[in-house]
Design a protein around this ligand. Structure first.
Ligand SMILES: Nc1ncnc2c1ncn2[C@@H]1O[C@H](COP(=O)(O)OP(=O)(O)OP(=O)(O)O)[C@@H](O)[C@H]1O
Length: 324
């Protein structure tokens, strides 16, 4: 892993036009991802993680329904300066995406082989077929030759997600964005798919952005984690530091609400009081302040989230690492 970023996201804002007015789903987000890094993005449902992932990928761009400002630079390419053809080229070879539901990501009337070969370019039929077989083997699908002739409904949910990952890898992307890749799967299959992503990251050197509402999904897998709250990053830190000593009160509260294996029986989990803000009319100042036990008048003007060094936190009252 080098220190030179593969992806640079700079002051990204995605404003969606809705019947209730403009909604800033992503509101000034900056971070970088290094080549080969596993970068986790966590936060409650509705915090803007999916919109962020889609905007980074160039799936969401400025148009009639939304306005995107800020910069996304992947491997030297300014993603939002590309035209439609340039974006399609980027999706074929620079960045792949794995979504939550493997059922809808695959076309039910196309065989598995076709999904894979269509994602390749410049190969003869025979070479594409060999490569498709190799990709299925890479993602741990047994009897790949037979599977190539099957339709998506003939595979289990976990196998379908493996196929989706194989399709995303067909163009040898330098970055894979996995948005809740295991939420639709049962627990044992979830672990297999997450282990597979970890193995691909290690073996192929593919950087992965792993998006999840579930901290347990990124714990032990991500190198660094960004915590998102109401369209903004609250905290960014190496995963071990974040889980051992969260600094943003929201991260602390989020961690306290996760069940742990060593909890005594009948432990009552702490939930976070209040509800996330209405994104169409968020509160002024720090958006977490109305739910925060450390909030003070200073939170009317929260500090800018600036990534300096290994950690960053957007809070006037970071949690005392000594455990105040
Ligand atoms: N196409 C859209 N039109 C209108 N509002 C949208 C659209 N997509 C997302 N939103 C809104 O943007 C906000 C962020 O949504 P987003 O899906 O990114 O959240 P999330 O953190 O990924 O949550 P989840 O885990 O539930 O998907 C939400 O308030 C959501 O309702």
């Amino acid at each position: 892993m080098t220190d030179e970023p593969l992806l640079r996201v700079d002051d990204l804002r995605t404003e969606i036009r809705t019947p209730r007015g403009p909604l800033r789903a992503v509101d000034g987000v900056s971070f970088t991802v290094r080549p080969g890094e596993m970068f986790g993005i966590v936060g409650e449902s509705g915090s803007g993680k999916s919109v962020l992932g889609r905007t980074v990928m160039g799936l969401y761009t400025s148009g009639p329904g939304m306005t995107v400002t800020g910069k996304v630079v992947l491997d030297g390419t300014d993603v939002h300066a590309l035209d439609a053809a340039g974006r399609r080229r980027l999706w074929r070879s620079g960045v792949g995406m794995v979504f939550q539901d493997p059922g809808t990501a695959l076309n039910p009337v196309k065989r598995i082989g076709r999904h894979l070969t269509e994602a390749m370019r410049g190969l003869s039929r025979a070479a594409a077929r060999d490569r498709a077989e190799e990709l299925l083997r890479l993602v741990g699908i047994p009897e790949p030759r037979r599977r190539l002739r099957q339709y998506p409904h003939e595979l289990s949910g976990g196998m379908r997600q493996r196929v989706v990952i194989a399709v995303a890898l067909a163009g040898e992307p330098s970055l894979l964005i996995a948005d809740e890749p295991t939420t639709a799967l049962d627990v044992t299959v979830q672990k297999q798919i997450l282990d597979l992503l970890g193995r691909l990251q290690a073996e192929l050197g593919t950087a992965i952005i792993l998006i999840s509402h579930n901290l347990a999904v990124v714990a032990g897998r991500a190198d660094r984690v960004a915590v998102m709250y109401a369209g903004k990053l609250a905290e960014l830190a190496p995963a071990g530091d974040l889980f051992d000593a969260p600094r943003h009160p929201y991260t602390e509260a989020l961690l306290a609400s996760v069940p742990r294996l060593d909890d005594p029986p009948h432990t009552v989990l702490r939930t976070i009081d209040g509800a996330p803000p209405d994104m169409a009319a968020p509160p002024d100042g720090c958006r977490f302040a109305p739910r925060c036990r450390h909030a003070s008048p200073a939170c009317a003007a929260p500090p800018e989230f600036a990534v300096t060094g290994a950690r960053a936190v957007a809070c006037h009252h970071p949690v005392d690492p000594g455990g105040a």
